[in-house]
Design a protein around this ligand. Structure first.
Ligand SMILES: Nc1ncnc2c1ncn2[C@@H]1O[C@H](COP(=O)(O)OP(=O)(O)OP(=O)(O)O)[C@@H](O)[C@H]1O
Ligand SMILES: [Mg+2]
Length: 221
């Protein structure tokens, strides 16, 4: 369960604090999916970074299954990010020198040993339609295929929270719709909380909960 209470975020600037988010609350249960739209600069990415424990809020609390990551010591915070949160960005951020299979396994290389990770990676890659591309390098894949690898990598640790920032933003409609379908199928299969910032109408429509980020907080659309 993801719970956000009275969240505020401001960035310091030479002319004083720049308020991005304020009074923002949100509650999502496992298996629930929410999309967020809003104008450029409204704070969508900032919110996802805070939800994913990459960036601390200025005030307010974020808890995932009762744990507030910002109260954790640094090593536990790193483990929280690695195990509890999957991220898919607009850019796939795959390592060019690694194969598809190796890229998916990267999150499992830190922390406790994870003996069945290779089997899970193969299963995820099969589900995103890339079972016959395990040994390929990212440069040999299309943009949509790379994003499907990034999706498999985000889910390899079975995180309870999946955060996506314009996951189809670099893709044409057809490729974007394929990624959107697979993303949503995997979210349902793994029963993650899904929060997706997207302008892809197909993906947004798949999310039963739709928000707009306006006036520094989320409004139900
Ligand atoms: N580290 C930072 N320091 C100062 N200002 C920042 C910082 N990071 C983001 N901002 C500002 O915060 C605001 C929100 O940025 P954010 O990237 O969250 O917007 P966004 O809604 O994701 O926009 P887009 O749709 O263009 O991706 C912007 O005005 C941005 O300039
Ligand atoms: Mg953004």
């Amino acid at each position: 369960m993801l719970e956000v209470t009275h969240l505020a975020k401001s960035y310091p600037t030479p002319r004083g604090p720049l308020d991005i988010l304020s009074g923002l609350s949100l509650s999502l249960r496992p298996g629930e999916a929410a999309s967020i739209v809003g104008p450029s600069g409204s704070g969508k990415s900032t919110l996802l970074y805070i939800l994913g424990a990459l960036e601390p809020p200025t005030s307010g609390t974020v808890t995932l299954d009762g744990v507030d990551p910002f109260t954790l010591p640094p090593t536990e915070l790193a483990a929280f990010r690695n195990r509890r949160v999957g991220f898919v960005f607009q850019d796939h951020l795959l390592l060019p020198q690694c194969t598809v299979l190796e890229n998916v396994l990267i999150p499992t290389l830190v922390g406790d040993s994870d003996a069945d990770a290779p089997a899970r990676a193969r299963d995820l890659l099969e589900r995103v339609g890339l079972a016959d591309r395990l040994d390929h390098r990212p440069a040999e894949l299309s943009g949509g295929e790379r994003q499907r690898v990034a999706l498999a990598r985000a889910l390899i640790r079975r995180p309870p929270l999946l955060l996506c920032d314009e996951p189809t933003g670099n893709l044409d409609h057809a490729a974007g719709d394929v990624v959107a379908t697979m993303l949503f199928d995997l979210h349902q299969r793994q029963e993650t909380v899904l929060v997706v910032v997207t302008h892809n109408t197909g993906l947004a429509a798949k999310c039963p909960i739709r928000f707009e980020l306006v006036g520094q907080r989320l409004e139900r659309a």
